[in-house]
Every structure is written in structure tokens, then in C-alpha cells.
Design a protein around this ligand. Sequence first.
Ligand code: FAD
Length: 326
Amino acid sequence: MNCVAIVAEFKLGKLDPSTYELISKGRDIADAFKTKLYLIMLGEKIDEVIEELSNKGLDQIIAYEHPLLNHYTDAYINILYETFKELKPSLILLIHSFTSMDLAPALAAKLHANIVTNCTDLLIEDNKLIPVRSMYGGKVWVRIGVEDEKPLIVSIQKGVIKPKERIELPKAQILRRSVELKEDELKVKFLRILEPKPAEIDITKADLIVAAGRGVGDKSGLKLVEQLAEALGATLACSRPLIDLGWLPSERQVGLSGKTVKPKLYIACGISGASQHIVGMKDSKIIVSINTDSKAPIFDYSDYAIIGDLRKIIPAIIEELKLKES
Ligand SMILES: Cc1cc2nc3c(=O)[nH]c(=O)nc-3n(C[C@H](O)[C@H](O)[C@H](O)COP(=O)(O)OP(=O)(O)OC[C@H]3O[C@@H](n4cnc5c(N)ncnc54)[C@H](O)[C@@H]3O)c2cc1C
């Protein structure tokens, strides 16, 4: 195996902490295959971050600094392509993010590499790399076999790798490379950041959450979930389909492209448990799920499973709460 290379997730002058998760995984793999671990970093004003990364277990940091690299554009694809052509890594690791959703497939096409995105792990078995990811909305987990001879690009979900505590770490060699960029030569131009409207509620601060999923069926089903939240004094949250339907505002979405919550109690009503939802609520203290499907993946993460129709179960819970109050 040739070397392992990581693409740092660096935005607006800040390193996303998920980069440390990649470094930990990358170090394990580089050690197992007795090869080197590189990190490629693109951005502006990156001195402090490079310093911080230099003692985290990398063999070499290759840094490109330019004001036009402060935001993701096609310049990233071109610079990384040239770098990887020279470095010839067998494995390229990225965090699964809005940037890598564009960048990783573009690199794979240019490098003729294998690509597996949105993984939850990357295992080594019989001297082979096995990316792991869920499919069919979290119903099955697959281990993916990849052709050996091509480079492999893997993007990994944030938060699924716990960085290891290490005592002896190599000090990274730092290689700064200059880059010539002209704004009018870029095909993708950064215009502006559209900040979301200030949220009326912050579900990440709630101790009690009642979340609605597509299983509510229609707005009357959603109303029932709202009534349960009200009866418990809980905050209402939801899975993504309810945002897509325009039934609730995006600030209430839990999951990969929504918010990460860690309440004391999370009640999931009619939510199947797709990995993109689970990643945002799995660290809740107690998880209760109501679902008609006894095989729904959400039950694998639940402390209490209520198998049945939420239209019957929620009114019964509300009734019970009222009886307790009186
Ligand atoms: C890049 C990307 C990012 C994403 N980000 C997110 C994210 O941040 N958050 C998120 O939630 N999703 C996200 N998704 C979508 C995700 O993959 C799933 O499609 C989504 O989570 C499914 O929502 P759900 O569980 O409500 O609906 P479904 O998967 O349709 O599940 C509905 C569930 O309700 C149950 N049900 C039906 N009727 C009843 C009833 N009467 N009573 C009780 N149970 C019932 C069914 O058995 C089923 O299990 C993302 C997807 C992608 C590709």
C-alpha cells in the first residue's frame, strides 16, 4: 500500500474538529500498512491551524494558502488532483460534508479512483480496507469490497470515529506550497454566505424532545405529536421529510443535515431510524420510539420500544398524563 492522505475540513479560518477523527483513523491505517500519513490543507490564514496539527500524528502536512482558498471552489479539485497525482495515495480520507459531497466524486472521476461516501467506519480485514455504510435508509449495513489496484476515496460521517488518546506521535513535517489563482479563471465563484434566519427555538438546548417523522402521515398526525410535546412540556423536533414537506421549519430538524441533540428524553414518533437521523440523536440519555414496524432500525437505538400506531398510542399517553395531573 502506498500512503494515506487526509483532506482537512477547513472553513472560514477554522479547522472543523472532525479532521481529528480522520487523523486518528488515518494513523491506525497508516501504521497497520506501515506507510505514511499526509494531510492536505487548503485555506487562508492557516498558520495557527498548521501549528496545532503538527503534533497530532501526521507524517507530513502539505499546505496551500491563498485568499481564494478561503471558500470551496473548483480550485480545490484542481490543486488536490495535482497533489494526489504526485503523492499517489492508496487511500484518501475526507469528512462527509457539503464540501466533500462535491469534491470527493470530482476527485474520484479525475483520479479514476474507487469511492465510497458517507461511511460510518473503515475496517481492515485480511489486509484489505473495508468501508462500512448503511443503505436503504438505515435498514441494512454493508461492508463494501473494493478493487485493490485503484486508489480508494472514502468520506466518513462526522462523530462516528472516537479519536484515540496516543502517547507517542510523530511530529509532522510541514511543506508549504505556493499556488497561483485568479478569480476570473475559477468556474465556481464564492458569492456570499446566506445566514439562516435567527432561530425562534434552539432544539439543541432542550432536555425533553418529542420528534415527529413521516409516520405521522398527515398534518392531523403531526398535531397529535405536537399535543404530546405540549403535554410533556417538551420541545417539538422532527426528521427531514417534514421539513421537505414544509410542515415544520428547518431549525427543528434533527440529524446529519440538521441539529445534533442530546436531551434527557427523546421520543421518536413514526421515525424509521435512517443513519442520517440517528447521528443527530443517538447520544440522548433515554430514547423512546413509537413505530408500527417492529423491525424499524430506530428500535436498535431505543431504550423503550412501543410497537404500534402513533394515532392510538399518543392519545393514550396524553390521557394517562392528564389522569396523573388531576
Ligand atoms: C445527505 C442526506 C442528509 C440527510 N439528513 C437528514 C437529517 O438531518 N435528518 C433526517 O431525519 N433525515 C435526513 N436525511 C433523510 C434520511 O435518509 C431519511 O430519509 C429520513 O430520516 C427518513 O425520515 P423518517 O424516519 O421520518 O421517514 P421514513 O423513513 O419514511 O419512516 C417513517 C416511519 O414511520 C413508521 N410509521 C408509519 N406509520 C406509522 C404510524 N401510524 N405509527 C407509527 N409509526 C408509523 C414507519 O414504519 C417508518 O418506520 C438525509 C438524507 C441525505 C441523503
